[in-house]
Design a protein. Structure first.
Lengths: 422, 303
């Protein structure tokens, strides 16, 4: 009997000891294709593994579209990743209702909110649903216009004079008259065009219009602001501002055209001025000093502010059965030190407070500053409104700008999709 | 009455035959039946069940909506475009691809020097992965940097952007489909042609039949089973077409190159409307079964 207890105790001890030193593998699913980010992550993983012997970080990759399509199945399988990328919004909301992912509110608030204090409050808020935090903030982003300074000069367009949508349309005309393709558009992917509709709706209606539409008040997405946004977009489409064949163009082809100096403007991400080098025909692309930027113009009489911003909010979601090490690693990946390191290489606009000052590239820095001063930050609509309504927004944006659908029909389609979901 | 009498004996003998094979059935049927049920019948039943729900793929389907998904499907114009495109693909397969494959097959099935090399060349596109073919042709059609751009600039004309044109894109896709699959059908015909007894053709030749007459009245009728098989493959292939469209056009512009399966993917899966996607799947299944069985019953009865 005694022997057996002893044996049992030693077995238990051995087990607990081995579990303390056991190899814990954190499965980390991402969709990054940028070599710079990959290198930075590898360094972070190496440092983490060195500091935590026995813990291994296993990086798993899925391509963007595959990631989105496969995730629901993956999350409900017996072998889900422990940590995965999120854009927040409607998809995260759907995931949060399933019990497949972990509520990190407690971890955020532990030790007097030690972890929460690391991140910019707007981002924690952006990844929260009904007061609960569902992801560890990682980065944010800004969509704004980038332009080729040489081509603007050639056409006699001054970027600082573009304040309103009418100014913008005038600039487009001027560029066309000078024989320059004004804008690179990615109609094949659709979402690059949804930035236009989204920003226009933000400028026309402001936050109030979106809040009302989401709450089902008034005419919802058929209200005046959204209709006007459609009309503004149709007015742009009439000028035929995009490159030939833009309806079949897939990202990053438009970036390539911009990088090759074939088009004057691109409505792109904060990372675009740096990444354009990789997709240029000559492998070099534009000199970064030759690229300027300006915020999406205001509309006359619109309720939105020029300082309202649109862009991504990204974080890392933990799945239900993720080991504690997963959260620990997510916190390590996004701590001020590592975020500063990545920001210093101009790879991200970090979520950690104070890390943004490390950004050296002036355009990325300007974007980070605009985000810091943002009066309202709207997540990408195709994420925020959920996948179903979001895809409809993408579809109708392309249809409006190519003159295939009236702004009224477009508004109706979005509202129909919204009604179907809510 | 007399009919019944003639039918009865074979039936009885079949039954006796069945009794003899019963142990074999008990032994060998369950594994296959189990696999078939698990991986074919069950998913089909599940899809039919999901199609009655509004479900995003997470958890269990709970929001029962009846036939609403089918109703929405019927009202979606992209669905009709997709369906139309599928039939267009079948039509082009039969009217262009099949004659082309047959014509080439008659040329390279003879033992002339170089025939094997040509066979290989014609068969090459079929060996290529669909996705790779899609990507290659996306580059060929590209109006900025692709082959079309180069040709256009050589002739000093404006570069065409076929994949960005709502009216042209589907024809560009059809061209790729014909290019990709004619080799496969050609191989079918070569096999069929080599099965034809040479003496028939020689006999026709002695009777003074012209080249065309020999083809029309001897080769073609003897090749009929192969042709029916080739058409069958075209029909089934059209309904499955997906992985070549995605890299080429992704179903765009404005859904003009959507097929049933790409439509299912973009409206069901990427929009996280698994219930709606299942409804598309059910409709696709019904079309497939009807076409496949109908075709086999009507045209391939004797093959």
């Amino acid at each position: 009997m005694k022997l057996r207890t002893l044996l049992g105790a030693s077995v238990a001890l051995a087990l607990s000891a081995s579990s303390a030193f056991a190899d814990v593998t954190v499965k980390w699913l991402h969709l990054n294709t940028d070599p710079g980010i990959a290198a930075a992550w590898e360094e972070i993983v190496k440092n983490y593994e060195a500091a935590h012997p026995g813990t291994k970080i296993e990086m798993q990759f899925l391509e963007n579209e595959a990631f989105k399509a496969k995730l629901p199945t993956l999350l409900q399988s017996n072998d889900p990743p422990h940590l995965f990328y999120t854009w927040g919004g409607g998809v995260l909301a759907a995931q949060s209702q399933t019990g497949a992912i972990k509520d990190v509110t407690e971890a955020m608030d532990a030790d007097g909110g030690k972890l929460k204090a690391v991140y910019s409050p707007a981002l924690v808020d952006g990844l929260s649903i009904d007061g609960k935090v569902w992801a560890v903030p990682y980065q944010t982003g800004l969509v704004s216009f980038y332009y080729n300074k040489d081509l603007f000069k050639k056409a006699g367009v001054e970027a600082d004079q573009i304040k309103t949508w009418d100014d913008f349309l005038a600039a487009v005309k001027k560029l066309k008259d000078a024989g320059i393709t004004p804008i690179a558009g990615g109609g094949g992917d659709k979402w690059p065009i949804h930035f236009y509709w989204g920003y226009l709706a933000m400028r026309e209606g402001g936050k109030a219009a979106f809040d009302a539409a989401k709450a089902g008040e008034g005419d919802g997405f058929k209200s005046e602001a959204f209709l006007k946004a459609g009309q503004d977009l149709a007015a742009l489409g009439k000028l035929e501002p995009f490159q030939q064949g833009y309806l079949g163009s897939k990202w990053p082809e438009p970036v390539g055209l911009f990088a090759d100096g074939k088009v004057a403007m691109l409505l792109g991400f904060d990372s675009t001025p740096v990444q354009q080098h990789n997709v240029a025909g000559d492998g070099k692309g534009l000199d970064e000093a030759n690229i300027g930027s300006f915020p999406f113009p205001a509309t006359s009489g619109g309720a939105g502010k020029l300082t309202d911003t649109m862009g991504g909010i990204n974080g890392w979601v933990l799945t239900k059965n993720a080991p504690p090490e997963a959260l620990d690693f997510a916190a390590f990946l996004t701590n001020k030190e590592n975020q500063t390191m990545m920001a210093g290489k101009n790879l991200i606009i970090p979520a950690a407070v104070g890390a943004g000052s490390a950004i050296g590239q002036p355009l990325v820095k300007a974007a980070a500053e605009q985000l810091a001063a943002s009066t309202w930050h709207q997540n990408f609509l195709d994420q925020d409104l959920g996948p179903a309504v979001g895809r409809v927004v993408n579809d109708v944006s392309v249809e409006i700008v190519s003159g295939q659908m009236s702004p009224e029909d477009a508004a109706q389609q979005i509202q129909d999709a919204w009604d179907l979901d809510h | 009455m007399s009919q019944a009498a003639t039918i009865a004996p074979p039936l009885r003998s079949r039954r006796m035959h069945m009794q003899g094979t019963l142990p074999v059935l008990v032994l060998f049927l369950p594994p296959a039946l189990l696999l078939f049920t698990l991986f074919v019948i069950l998913p089909m039943g599940e899809a039919a069940w999901y199609s009655l729900y509004d479900w995003n793929g997470y958890g269990l389907p709970e929001k029962f909506v009846g036939l609403k998904n089918f109703e929405t499907l019927w009202r979606t114009s992209a669905f009709k475009t997709a369906l139309g495109n599928n039939f267009l693909i079948i039509l082009v397969s039969i009217l262009i691809q099949l004659p082309l494959a047959l014509w080439l097959a008659t040329m390279v099935s003879n033992r002339i020097p170089g025939a094997v090399v040509f066979r290989l060349i014609f068969f090459m596109p079929y060996v290529l992965a669909d996705v790779a073919a899609g990507l290659i042709w996306r580059f060929v059609y590209d109006g900025d940097y692709g082959l079309f751009a180069a040709i256009a600039s050589f002739f000093n004309v404006a570069s065409p952007y076929v994949l960005a044109d709502r009216n042209l894109a589907i024809y560009a896709v059809l061209a790729v489909i014909v290019w990709k699959y004619f080799g496969f059908h050609m191989m079918l015909f070569i096999a069929g042609l080599q099965n034809i007894d040479k003496s028939y053709i020689e006999a026709a030749e002695i009777d003074g039949a012209s080249r065309w007459q020999r083809f029309r009245y001897v080769t073609l009728p003897l090749l009929a089973p192969t042709i029916r098989l080739s058409v069958f493959f075209s029909v089934v292939g059209s309904l499955q077409l997906f992985d070549m469209i995605m890299p080429l056009t992704g179903g765009g512009p404005s859904n003009s190159t959507q097929t049933m399966v790409t439509f299912l993917y973009s409206y069901g899966i990427t929009r996280m409307k698994v219930g709606f996607g299942s409804a598309i799947g059910v409709v696709l299944f019904v079309i497939c079964v009807t076409l496949a069985f109908g075709y086999r019953r009507i045209f391939m009865r004797h093959d």
